[in-house]
Design a protein around this ligand. Structure first.
Ligand SMILES: [Zn+2]
Length: 429
């Protein structure tokens, strides 16, 4: 039985670790002192919300669960590539139709369905929200999609993708997932849309971006208070809080497809070559039968490509070359220069699919840049020493194992790539 135990995860989407301070994020700073801070915590590759959502849900790297990019291609049995936006509500159903499963591994919501269950409240894209529970094993609330176990539910259409919407969603999260009179799940997730949304729309370090960080921190403060009330009522509560990735400033936008076209390299799904922009990284998919040599040779000579990852280098980033026709991933060039507000980290991005904003001068992510990878994680609860700092590497794949360990549940014969954060040697800061 897992009664009396509640695991909570709060994600402040896009919060960079160097933007956490006593002045800017007082609640998160207080949590640093009440729990153990993970100074070696980093994002995934691509450092993108939908990828990190699936990694968080499954405890697996992208190759394990199959949601390998915010945008990506799927390869059908006839060897044809199909470009997709994984943020669309139809992406995971389309993946299920093609491959038989929405994600290749069970989510926390699947694993907890036989116990108290999971309640997911996500104010990012419907595709990212659904990555936490594509099989409708638990409860999911988003402004565009929602479900209860096994059935559709009305979405929370009044929620907007901004601080006001985050506040509305947080209120419902606290009422239903945290308050003693709520549904009492094993696991409650609150994934805020800020500061990511504002950092995409305004320069990093601008008053608007700082205001979004302050608002997200205030929501965390509300969750901390509610968690304390549950503890006072005698329940054990694990509170994990942090972010999925950071941001860097977009210094230029590269039209990768146009350059391939100009070089006579025939991009496009029909020609068996899809370059899927993930902001400051690009996934390169190629249909079987097309020779990747000339394309990769061309990409390696591009001044905007900091690294073209193939083979073992791609495996080290959690991918399996060949699956979905993936032949390489490009990490876009960056440097430690500062934007007009003094925020370090300037990066080039790949032009997004038609109709999407390019974010020039504002924040973006997706690649391996230091500030994109420097996400935040702190754990407060049983066995996590107050005020301690754990500097060993950790990442979103460790969260599901940590939550299951706290609940006293194992992997039930379905192993994860990550490891529990409990019991690691953490030095006191
Ligand atoms: Zn994000």
């Amino acid at each position: 039985m897992t009664g009396g135990r509640l695991a909570l995860l709060v994600i402040m989407d896009g919060l960079r670790r160097d933007m956490v301070s006593p002045e800017r994020t007082p609640h998160l700073w207080r949590l640093y002192h009440r729990g153990t801070r993970f100074a070696g915590y980093h994002s995934m590759f691509p450092s993108a919300t939908r990828v990190v959502s699936a990694c968080t849900a499954t405890g697996c790297r992208p190759a394990g669960h199959g949601l390998i990019g915010n945008s990506l291609a799927l390869l059908d049995a006839d060897g044809r590539l199909h470009p997709h936006d994984a943020g669309a509500p139809g992406f995971l159903p389309a993946r299920r139709a093609l491959h038989g499963r929405a994600l290749e591994r069970p989510t926390l919501a699947d694993r907890l369905a036989a116990w108290g269950g999971a309640m997911i409240f996500s104010n990012v894209s419907p595709g990212a929200a659904l990555a936490h529970d594509p099989n409708r094993s638990g409860h999911l609330v988003n402004r565009i999609i929602a479900h209860a176990p096994g059935q559709e539910a009305p979405p929370m259409a009044e929620v907007t993708l901004d601080a006001a919407g985050d506040a509305l969603l947080t209120g419902r999260f606290l009422d239903e997932a945290v308050a003693p009179g709520g549904r009492r799940p094993d696991f409650g997730l609150l994934w805020l849309g800020e500061p990511d949304a504002s950092q995409h729309a305004w320069p990093l370090g601008s008053p608007e971006a700082w205001a979004a960080i302050a608002a997200a921190d205030a929501r965390l403060g509300e969750v901390m208070e509610a968690a304390d009330r549950r503890r006072a009522a005698g329940d054990a509560v694990l509170l994990l809080a942090g972010s999925d990735h950071g941001h860097e400033t977009v210094e230029g936008v590269i039209d990768v497809e146009a350059e391939l076209f100009a070089a006579g390299l025939r991009p496009g799904a029909e020609a068996g070559l899809v370059t899927a922009s993930n902001g400051s990284s690009v996934l390169v998919h190629m249909a079987p039968g097309r020779d990747p040599g000339p394309v990769l040779e061309f990409l390696r000579t591009r001044p905007w490509a900091e690294a073209v990852l193939e083979g073992e280098a791609l495996r080290r980033q959690g991918h399996r070359p060949g699956v979905e026709g993936l032949v390489a991933a490009i990490a876009m060039r960056r440097h430690e220069g500062r934007n007009p507000f003094g925020i370090p980290g300037m990066v080039l991005v790949a032009k997004p699919a038609a109709g999407k904003p390019d974010r020039l001068g504002c924040g973006q992510h997706g690649g391996l840049g230091a500030a994109e990878q420097a996400s935040v994680m702190v754990a407060e609860g049983p066995v996590f020493a107050a005020g301690a700092t754990d500097a060993a590497p950790a990442s979103p794949i460790d969260l599901a194992p940590t939550i299951l360990a706290f609940l006293g549940l194992g992997d039930a014969g379905q192993p994860m790539d990550g490891r529990p954060l409990q019991g690691r040697p953490a030095g006191l800061a």
